[in-house]
Design a protein around this ligand. Structure first.
Ligand SMILES: Nc1nc2c(ncn2[C@@H]2O[C@H](COP(=O)(O)OP(=O)(O)O)[C@@H](O)[C@H]2O)c(=O)[nH]1
Ligand SMILES: [Mg+2]
Ligand SMILES: [Zn+2]
Length: 279
């Protein structure tokens, strides 16, 4: 009988825009292990997979639905197909969707052939005060924090010390015994070593408070017009991302998290804009 491989699975969770893709990209740029990345996007525009794929071939995308509930079965299929490979990855990293309960995603990591290393849950230092108190999404946020074996507060470079300490106290009150680190651009290898042993409980619910939309034909004259367009989104649009063409043919990667907008050059093809809104 051949020995069954047990591939460690690390789940990266955290609310919309918390910095999951950024973290994974940072890790991949210095990783020495063979890592397979599975990226789940709640919206239909999965630029995360393209952003990761720019640096990393072994990237599998699961778009248009959340793996902790709606498209759960396809995550199982992806994991089974990884086991069929002749050369197995040494680690599987799953980027959960921003609305997912990481505990429910982690349940898949108990498929035979894998073992669950842990859930690293990112908390956006610049938005967590609002998100945690929001009547619609506060519970999603709390479930994510409580599912963590390791918590990381991101964007600490963009928030004041007093905001960060408030975020810390909210997070610690939700998960008093979970280790918490502060990052501007954490590396997963150092995070992984801090993931403690744990047990999982899977909670699966549909995320009825969120809806997704794709604006397929967004174009803008220039960056200024693009910025104005993004600033005018109604406040219930909590996340937007995509690649948009300007009149001069150049393309821009657009990221909007809450009120924070970033626009940067990209050579990737246009995707339109994927929006996630609160109903
Ligand atoms: N200033 C700052 N921005 C960050 C940090 N991490 C992520 N971001 C930005 O936050 C936005 C959302 O990041 P992304 O990784 O796509 O979040 P995800 O939706 O959780 O995957 C992007 O514009 C990132 O550049 C950080 O540590 N500091
Ligand atoms: Mg992402
Ligand atoms: Zn889900």
């Amino acid at each position: 009988m051949t020995q069954t491989p047990r591939i460690p699975v690390l789940v990266i969770g955290g609310y919309l825009g918390a910095g999951k893709t950024t973290l994974i990209n940072n890790v991949l740029s210095s990783a020495t292990q063979r890592i397979a990345v599975v990226v789940n996007d709640f919206g239909s525009v999965n630029i995360d997979a393209s952003l990761i794929r720019e640096r990393h071939n072994d990237t599998i995308e699961l778009t248009n639905g959340c793996i902790c509930c709606a498209v759960g079965e396809s995550l199982a299929d992806v994991l089974f197909s990884i086991l069929d490979r002749t050369e197995l990855p040494e680690v599987v990293v799953i980027e959960a969707s921003g609305v997912a309960n990481p505990a429910a995603v982690a349940a898949f990591a108990h498929i035979e052939g894998f073992h669950h290393l842990g859930n690293v849950v990112l908390v956006d230092g610049t938005h967590a005060l609002e998100t945690s108190k929001d009547p619609l999404v506060g519970r999603t946020f709390a479930l994510q924090v409580q599912a963590a074996q390791l918590l990381a507060i991101t964007k600490s470079d963009q928030a004041t010390d007093s905001v960060i300490s408030e975020v810390k106290s909210i997070v610690s009150s939700l998960a008093p015994s979970t280790p918490l680190v502060l990052t501007t651009s954490a590396t997963l290898s150092s995070l992984m070593m801090n993931v403690a042993p744990h047990s999982d409980s899977a909670v699966t619910e549909a995320h009825t408070e969120f809806s997704t939309t794709t604006l397929s034909h967004v174009s803008a004259q220039d960056e200024k017009q693009l910025l104005a367009f993004l600033q005018n989104f109604p406040p219930n649009v909590v996340r937007a991302k995509g690649i948009v063409q300007l009149a001069n043919g150049e393309r821009r990667l657009v990221q909007k998290v809450g009120r924070t907008i970033s626009i940067s050059h990209t050579e990737l093809p246009t995707t339109g804009l994927g929006l996630i809104s609160l109903k």
